[in-house]
Design a protein around this ligand. Structure first.
Ligand SMILES: Cc1cc2nc3c(=O)[nH]c(=O)nc-3n(C[C@H](O)[C@H](O)[C@H](O)COP(=O)(O)OP(=O)(O)OC[C@H]3O[C@@H](n4cnc5c(N)ncnc54)[C@H](O)[C@@H]3O)c2cc1C
Length: 379
């Protein structure tokens, strides 16, 4: 086993760390408070090569592996987990299924932060039951006419989304196709952002399709195979979600370590109490374990090994443990931690959302149980 990073990985990790500390951390609270998306700064992230790192060089990216992408996401999340979402390599991974023409048009812009992509899967009646897609897309010559509602779309300000719609007659996972849905599609209505408790710098909301005219050339991959593509994308995404949560928790822990050395009670630093120092030691242990699990998944994917079970472990356990770590950090800061003067309460709200987004803990445990025991023996 080799836990060493390459020089290139270290370079990008440091670059992302510097960017996060200098450009994101000082402003994250303001973006949260105002629900503000810092468009120019995101472009700067792109220019620095921190977005779309996995986009191949021939399409204008750095062509990194997924482990490197994970390092970047983790570091950016220390500054602001919300914006680190835009650096997910999964955005390109989905685009790689598109036609050569679409890839040539989109990939260089995705790599530079000039365009973003999101995922539009969830519908009012189908979240956990993700294959129960009711949005329909009917082929009419050169276009698909799409009708339905996607009601929980992160990156609502994206330029496009990979959108799942039923094209076949079957129910369940078969008969669902994946499309690149452009923001300017006629018949697409974009809602105003939802007022979620966290994740406020990057808007989330609904897309309504009313006879939306999607060019047939925007079909991604094969017709009726879309559900399998999106599930495969989630296998990568779930490890990145873990690393994003770890970034926020790691930053909180480092701030807490500083705080406990300086804050005095009963005439001595609060760190001299084991009730304070042990949660710090436990948090470090959990972060180390969580990090190893997430990077193992990325390594497995980079090396074409199966990783569905391991990535589901990342998704159910890592956000949960990161919420708990940030919670402990907040408590150790006393009232200062509970107030909006410090970023801890925001991080708690932001990370909590990822116990739900991309599949809840219950659904991940179902995936693990099915892999272990067999689909026919598990509900
Ligand atoms: C921060 C955030 C970001 C998101 N981003 C996106 C996005 O970009 N694109 C997108 O399409 N969607 C997105 N979502 C939606 C998300 O994927 C769904 O909310 C999630 O899959 C859960 O679906 P639901 O909310 O409909 O809950 P439900 O499916 O109604 O589940 C409600 C509860 O019942 C439990 N439950 C349901 N079925 C079972 C079962 N069989 N066994 C045990 N328990 C069960 C669930 O675990 C949950 O606790 C996001 C959500 C959040 C919070």
């Amino acid at each position: 086993m080799d836990f060493d990073l390459t020089d290139e990985q270290r370079r990008l990790q440091n670059k992302a760390r510097q960017f996060a500390q200098n450009e994101l951390l000082p402003h994250a609270t303001r973006w949260d408070r105002n629900g503000e998306f810092p468009r120019d700064l995101v472009r700067k992230m792109g220019e620095a090569g921190l977005l779309g790192s996995t986009v191949p060089r021939e399409y204008g990216g750095l062509g990194t592996d997924r482990v490197t992408n994970g390092l970047i996401v983790e570091e950016l999340a220390r500054g602001d987990s919300n914006l680190s979402l835009l650096a997910y390599g999964t955005l390109y991974e989905m685009l790689s299924l598109a036609s050569e023409e679409l890839k040539r048009e989109w990939a260089p812009l995705v790599a530079k932060g000039e365009r973003f992509l999101g995922i539009a899967l969830t519908e009012p009646q189908s979240g956990s039951d993700a294959a129960n897609v009711q949005t329909r897309a009917e082929r009419r010559g050169d276009v698909y006419l799409a009708n339905g509602v996607k009601n929980c779309v992160s990156i609502l300000n994206a330029d496009g989304w990979t959108m799942l719609a039923r094209t076949g007659t079957q129910t369940g996972p078969r008969g669902i196709s994946m499309f690149l849905l452009h923001r300017e599609t006629p018949g697409l209505i974009i809602s105003s952002p939802k007022s979620d408790m966290g994740g406020r710098a990057v808007p989330r909301g609904s897309l309504t399709l009313e006879d939306a005219r999607i060019p047939a050339a925007h079909l991604m991959g094969q017709e009726n195979h879309g559900f399998y593509y999106i599930m495969d994308t989630f296998d990568y995404n779930r490890a990145l979600i873990g690393l994003m949560c770890i970034g926020a928790a790691r930053q909180s822990l480092e701030e807490t370590i500083q705080y406990v050395q300086g804050r005095q009670s009963f005439g001595r630093p609060i760190s001299t109490n084991q009730g304070v120092s042990f949660p710090v030691a436990e948090a470090e242990t959990y972060l180390e374990l969580a990090r190893n699990l997430c990077f193992k998944v990325l390594w497995l994917r980079d090396n074409d090994h199966p990783h569905r079970k391991e990535t589901a472990m990342c998704k159910w356990w890592v956000p949960q443990i990161c919420v708990e770590i940030i919670h402990q950090c907040l408590l150790i800061h006393g009232h200062y931690g509970y107030s909006q003067d410090l970023p801890l309460e925001q991080r708690l709200r932001d990370v909590l959302g990822w116990e739900i987004g991309d599949g809840t803990a219950q659904i991940q445990k179902l995936i693990i149980a099915r892999e272990l025991i067999g689909k026919d023996f598990v509900g």
